[in-house]
Design a protein around this ligand. Structure first.
Ligand SMILES: [Zn+2]
Length: 301
């Protein structure tokens, strides 16, 4: 599978030093998953040559303006492009009311269906699945209800060609075996596990948006291929991080280490840092496989 995370924006609170507000895309050959939608996200999608029509689901961590203000404009653009496919949005409570007010007062009509799924930001639970991924909410600790997201790729299976030939399987029977069902054919038991083999290794990505350092999150993101953790400050400002319910680069790295993830990406940088190297160096002292969420950067899963 050629899935990758593309960073569109990494700045906390305000645009600064050429850095835009939070947004990223999980790009998959068949579908794009947009994660947070700060102001300016549309421009970044275009700059990164990402087709807006391939976005089928949008995941909003919380309703702070630096994570959400790009959404009304993006939805309006999709409408003007005559989108007809339904769009799924996942967000904590309040988004429906917010969009209703904006669209009412701006006389915006959308020619496609939006299904807003309210996420309980206090729970770790399965909130969505399609043919590629299962998506779980992760309970973060922030000043407003805020949820992280974990994407777990589904394992896909292929059938051994000799089984097809031997039993003259038709299309439906092949699909049944590939999807994990066992078959009984003229008294012969065909077990999915024996007739098929794993086609892809399941990859995983976890996005920990705005949050105070919360060590218990490690158990939810244990072993993921790629972890994004906000790192608003360096550790000398840990008191500020605690007060504002954000994390330091040191804390992000501690969580990555505890959870034994493969790679860590840090982002959501305070505008006080023009140079991001101190944040990177701080995290790498604890977790060497750390990278900066620089805009336009792509992280293959
Ligand atoms: Zn926030």
């Amino acid at each position: 599978m050629n899935a990758e995370i593309i960073i569109l924006g990494n700045s906390s609170a305000i645009p600064a030093h050429g850095r835009g507000l939070s947004s990223q895309v999980l790009q998959h050959p068949e579908s794009n998953y947009l994660i947070d939608c700060g102001e300016g996200t549309q421009f970044k999608l275009i700059e990164n040559r990402l087709r807006l029509s391939k976005i089928n689901s949008i995941f909003i961590s919380h309703l702070h303006v630096d994570h959400i203000l790009g959404l009304p404009g993006l939805l309006s653009t999709l409408g003007m492009q005559s989108r007809s496919a339904p769009l799924q949005i996942f967000a904590p409570p309040g988004l429906t009311e917010m969009l209703d007010v904006i669209f009412d007062h701006t006389a915006t009509y959308l020619p496609f269906e939006i299904k807003i799924n309210v996420v309980d930001a206090t729970k770790y639970q399965l909130i969505h699945q399609d043919s590629h991924f299962k998506v779980y909410s992760l309970p973060l600790d922030h000043r407003s209800p805020c949820s992280g997201f974990k994407f777990l790729e589904k394992v896909k299976r292929n059938i051994h060609p000799d089984v097809i030939r031997k039993y003259r399987l038709n299309y439906d029977q092949i699909n049944a075996l590939k999807s994990g069902k066992d078959l009984s054919l003229q008294g012969v038991q065909l077990k999915s596990e024996e007739c098929t083999f794993i086609k892809n290794e399941a990859r995983s990505y976890a996005y920990l948006s705005d949050t105070a350092y919360k060590p218990s999150l490690a158990s939810y993101v244990e072993g993921v291929d790629l972890l994004y953790h906000e790192s608003t400050y360096t550790h000398d400002l840990q008191h500020l991080a605690a007060e504002r319910k954000h994390s330091t680069a040191h804390q992000a790295a501690m969580l990555a280490k505890d959870a034994r993830v493969k790679r860590l990406v840090i982002g959501h940088f305070s505008s006080r840092y023009k140079n991001l190297m101190p944040l990177l160096e701080e995290a790498r002292k604890i977790f060497p496989s750390t990278f900066l969420a620089e805009e336009g950067k792509r992280f293959p899963l």
